[in-house]
Design a protein around this ligand. Structure first.
Ligand code: GLA
Length: 387
């Protein structure tokens, strides 16, 4: 991202002024394993990417907040003396949702001009929305001295998405964007919110992200549906055993109690969550021991469970994964994020990355008629001010 050019764009939009322009960044994320477990009180293992959303901010001494982005030809304005309204499917619902949530926790915002710029593909399941939310919370906190800590900002951002935007997401994406650490993955227990930064030592290997470029139609409603199915499975288990989340059960307990979930689909959803938690724990142990081969096998199993039991993959993601597994030098490949389109993440031997991109790209186009994009991931830091 060229910050100098971005500053020029800012001045072009809002005019020159003596007030300082502050610059911030929050990353997107890729989740290595632990999918659809966060809202079930389970384990996740994401890392922050080096790409995400930049935000330039300047106070404007008025009661207006003006918003613009370099990603779309669309601008917006909200008035601090009126309630903030959600506007259809507008991109601005993410930042305005965060501003709204900050007001709800009694934080006094003043007029500012905002320019966003993302270098992360939109709607690709790499958490562009969480990066927009987190950069907004982080910037406002810094500029107005709210004194919020990172966890508070993460929770405000998640709430903005749940309540204002209307997607019942878990905490993983905002957490990864806010807490990311260069060259580390983050092992989070979504129940206790305890987390550990785990060094990502992948000698001679790369993390390759492949974008299906399939628009995730109806993804939000299907996501909310999965969440409701898990809650219903919890209710069924509660007729015999008091649990708060599906993740309160280990595999053995689940096998004993699963018959209580009489709806077959809900039983499959629950099975995914419980097996995914156990895969995630084993994968982190394997990584700590430098056993990337086992880590890769668990990634493969995670995808298969998301395909068969959670049913959130679809033809495009399955094709990318299938093609990836054909390449000599792929250790593991799976969908990442919510699913229904979006991206896969693979661990690939460094010498095979080129043939991976060529081979998977060709196979994918031949079979789907779509063109995939590939990124060799660099793992970066969480939300920060750019000085
Ligand atoms: C989306 C949500 C996350 C998480 C993942 C699936 O990215 O925002 O909270 O539930 O899907 O693991």
């Amino acid at each position: 991202m060229n910050i100098v050019e971005l500053k020029e764009t800012f001045i072009g939009l809002y005019g020159d002024d003596t007030q300082a322009i502050y610059k911030f960044f929050s990353p997107g994320r890729v989740n290595l394993i632990g999918e659809h477990t966060d809202y079930n009180g389970g384990y996740v293992f994401p890392c922050a990417l080096s790409f995400g959303t930049y935000l330039l901010v300047r106070k404007n001494n008025s009661r207006r907040i003006r918003l613009a982005t370099t990603n779309f030809d669309h601008r917006a304005e909200v008035n601090l003396d009126s309630p903030f309204e959600k506007e259809g499917k507008s991109w601005f619902n993410y930042p305005v949702g965060v501003l709204n949530e900050l007001r709800n926790v009694a934080k006094e915002i003043e007029g500012v001009d905002l320019l966003y710029s993302g270098d992360i593909p939109n709607g690709a399941g790499l958490s562009s929305s969480a990066s927009i939310e987190m950069v907004t919370a982080f910037a406002m906190n810094q500029i107005f001295g709210f004194g919020l800590d990172r966890w508070e900002m993460v929770k405000i951002s998640q709430k903005a998405e749940n309540v204002f935007v209307g997607v019942n997401c878990g905490i993983m994406d905002q957490f990864a964007s806010g807490m990311g650490a260069k060259d580390h993955a983050l092992f989070l227990n979504c129940d206790t919110l305890e987390f550990k930064k785990v060094p990502l030592v992948l000698e001679g290997m790369k993390i390759v992200i492949a974008n299906t470029n399939k628009r995730r139609g109806l993804a939000d409603s299907k996501y909310n549906e999965r969440r409701a199915q898990c809650e219903s499975a919890v209710e069924a288990i509660r007729t015999k055993k008091q649990i708060r989340y599906l993740s309160d059960l280990n595999l053995e307990e689940f096998n004993t109690l699963s018959h209580l979930i009489t709806d077959e689909i809900e039983r499959k959803r629950a099975k995914h969550v419980i097996t995914e938690n156990s895969r995630t724990l084993t994968a982190i142990e394997a990584l700590n021991e430098g056993d990337i081969k086992t880590f890769g096998i668990l990634m493969n199993q995670s995808h298969d469970s998301l395909k068969e039991d959670y049913e959130v993959t679809g033809k495009e993601l399955d094709t990318l994964v299938d093609e990836a597994r054909k390449i000599e030098g792929t250790l593991g490949s799976r969908m990442t994020g919510a699913g229904f389109g979006g991206c896969t993440v693979s661990i690939v031997k460094e010498h095979a990355v080129e043939s991976f991109i060529a081979g998977v790209g060709k196979g994918y186009t031949d079979r789907t008629g779509l063109k995939a994009d590939f990124y060799v991931a660099e793992i970066g830091d969480g939300s920060k001010e750019i000085i």
